[in-house]
Design a protein around this ligand. Structure first.
Ligand code: URA
Length: 261
C-alpha cells in the first residue's frame, strides 16, 4: 500500500475489495500481490504492425471531413478545436459541452469509454458520474490516477463520442464512424503504451467486435498498441459479481505496465 495514500482513497480501495467479496484477512502478514510474479496469459506479441481501425460504413462526406480535420491537428489542443468545429454530428446540437478528455496526456495508460452521460455533459469531463467514481476506485486499486503527475501512475481518459447522445441512447453506427478518425488521431497523439477499451461500443468502434463478456481479459491490438477490453464500470455497478473478473483484468494491466518499464 502506498504510504502517501490519503484516508478517503484508502477507504474507497477497501470498499472495492469488499465489493469483490473479500471478507477476511487470511494471512498473518499482508501479501503484496504486485510483488508476486503473475504468469502472463499469452506470449508477449512481437512488435505488431500498426492496425488501422475498421473501415467505417456510409456517411462518406462526414467521414472524409473528419479524417481531413483530424489529420491536420498537430497536437491535442488543435484536435480539441477541430472536434469543436466539426458540424456533421447531430449529437453536438443537443449537448451542453464537448467532452474531450481528462487526466495526464503523458500517461502510459489510456482509457477509452463510450460516450458522455448527463454528469459528463454538464461538467465537460469524461467519467465524472457514478461510473466514473467506480473507475477512479478501480484505477486507485492498481496505484493509477487521472490526477497523477508522473507518467508511471497517470491515466488519460477519453471516449469514443465527445457529445452525449440524447437520453443516453447508444450512439448510431454513423455517429461512431464519423467520430472515429478523431479518436484514432487522439490515440496517435497520446501514444500510450497500453489502452483499456471500456464496454461494447468502444470494442465495436476500435476492434469491430462486440460481446464484451467474451472479449474482456484478452489482449487485442489497436493501432499497434496492446489494448485490454474490459466490462464497463456502469455494467459493474449493475452487476457487482462481474467485479471479480474486472479485478483480474486490472491485475493483468498492472503486470504489463510493470513488465514494460
Ligand atoms: N460512460 C462512458 O463510457 N463515458 C463517460 O464519460 C461516462 C460514462
Amino acid at each position: 500500500m502506498n504510504p502517501d495514500l490519503d484516508p478517503q482513497t484508502a477507504l474507497a480501495m477497501l470498499g472495492w475489495q469488499v465489493d469483490l467479496g473479500v471478507s477476511d484477512a487470511i494471512g498473518e502478514v499482508p501479501v503484496n500481490r504486485y510483488e508476486v510474479v503473475v504468469e502472463a496469459k499469452k506470449p508477449k506479441p512481437k512488435a505488431p504492425p500498426p492496425v488501422a481501425p475498421p473501415e467505417p460504413q456510409g456517411n462518406g462526406a462526414a467521414i472524409a471531413a473528419a479524417r481531413q480535420m483530424a489529420a491536420a491537428a498537430p497536437d491535442l489542443i488543435a484536435l480539441k478545436s477541430a472536434m469543436a468545429a466539426y458540424d456533421h454530428c447531430e449529437l453536438k446540437k443537443g449537448a451542453r459541452n464537448l467532452v474531450f478528455a481528462d487526466g495526464n496526456p503523458t500517461a502510459r495508460l489510456m482509457v477509452i469509454g463510450e460516450a458522455p452521460g448527463r454528469d459528463e455533459d454538464r461538467l465537460g469531463f469524461p467519467f465524472v458520474g457514478k461510473a466514473g467514481q467506480l473507475l477512479d476506485n478501480m484505477l486507485a486499486a492498481i496505484d493509477l490516477s487521472r490526477k497523477a503527475e508522473d507518467a508511471e501512475n497517470a491515466v488519460y481518459i477519453t471516449n469514443v463520442l465527445p457529445w452525449r447522445p440524447p437520453q443516453n441512447r447508444d450512439p448510431s453506427p454513423d455517429e461512431i464512424a464519423m467520430m472515429l478518425p478523431f479518436l484514432a488521431r487522439h490515440i496517435e497523439l497520446v501514444q500510450p503504451d497500453f489502452l483499456v477499451l471500456m464496454g461494447n461500443i468502444t470494442c465495436q468502434a476500435l476492434l469491430g467486435k462486440r460481446g464484451i463478456t467474451r472479449l474482456r481479459g484478452n489482449w487485442e491490438t489497436v493501432q499497434g498498441i496492446p489494448a485490454m477490453p474490459m466490462t464497463h464500470p456502469a455494467y459493474l455497478l449493475r452487476t457487482p459479481e462481474a467485479k471479480r473478473e474486472a479485478w483480474l483484468d486490472l491485475q493483468d494491466i498492472r503486470a504489463r505496465l510493470k513488465d514494460k518499464q
